[in-house]
Design a binder for this molecule. Sequence first.
Ligand code: PLP
Length: 445
Amino acid sequence: MSQQTETLFNELSSLDKKHILHPSTNPKLQSETGPKLIFTSGEGIYLKDMRGKTYIDGVSMLWNVNLGHGVKELAEASYEQMIKAAYTTTFYGYSNEASVRLAEKIAEVSPGDLNTIFYTSGGSESNDTAFKLSRFYWDLKGKKDKKIIISLKRGYHGVTVATQRATGIEAYREFSGSKDPNIVNAKPHLTECELGDKSHPEYEGSIRSIIEKEGADKIAAVIVEPIQGAGGVHVPPEGYLQAVRKLCDEFNIHMIADEVICGFGRTGKMFGVDHWDVVPDFMSIAKGMTSGYAQLGGVLMTEEIRDAFNTFDGMLAHGFTYSGHPTACAVGLKNIEILERDGLIENARVMGDELKKGLDYLEDKYAFVGNTRSRGLLAGFDLMEDPEAGKPFAGSIKAAATVVEESYKRELLIRPFDFTPGMNIVAIAPPLIVQKDEVEKIIAI
Ligand code: PLP
């Protein structure tokens, strides 16, 4: 690193320490050490930092840079839209072409008749909106008591007051003592329970048992990630999503699929629910919707729900300044065009198989690697203290953080999940453009 670069890094580092409070970061450590990396540019699956090192972006930053870094076509789409107009609102019946074209395209690639979108700026806003729209639908149907949202343990749905309560990861759920009493956390992934097996030892606390306890007339919706991401990459057992769909139909409850990570090809299909042919009532999207090149999200809804909203003769008192932002929508449209044109969903499937093969090889070779799991390019594994007993390292032993730190030293960025006791998980989710030799490099590191 040249003297000049070092001086600039030190300057930015001390300004950062003084002026920025970082999300999902240890503030004490941050205020002492400053930023670990200051990124400057990226190309494909690689990211450069100011001090001249090049890292493999092994988790697509926050599982969102699906097309990889440095895609000029996305920058151009943004520029071309931006010079036409800074921003025009979609409030008060105004519209813009980019938001209309993107809505049409997303309806085309989405399952079933999820043909209407409500735009947001990100995943938390999408899920928050889904909760509100679900409750609003039941209000319109004269079922004003249907307010409860059931979510799963280990699920991650965002950080607004409502979505943090729906998040089944304690650190986020309990942060700052915010409470939304209408959100109930169920046990994760108990297929038999959802299908009605009351003799299952874990029936108590399952979605079905909560519905029976609270009463279906008090429950608006169940929210699930098709594959859980931030809770540690958990692929549901076969039949699980179908069982939740059936359960929601049986009790007249909405099913919300949180596709914020899974959507737009990450798992080797356009959407996570496509693996199980399930059509939810609402579907939350964000992240890969623009591959991170612009802030955009949305909630899709079925035609039946949209038709119900069309009977409301008043103001839909919900919306974000940037709902349907034309620049973000232009980027979103180009993002899907590239995803389809370059066969990247298929690439995610094929490279996902390579990644799984590599992880299985590691599991065979090293006793401390266990429970490797993936779908497409969304993968994770546990760090095992006692592989024979199937026991991961306890949360107080930072095994995942150690593996991630060692990878970092070897210029690979991956993510540890160890914020809950008994959880020592590493996640890998490279951009969908990743090639075989690059997957091999990740595994070798
Ligand atoms: N839902 C899921 C499944 C997520 O993984 C995330 C973020 O990681 C969110 C919602 C929240 O999205 P955002 O951070 O854009 O608000």
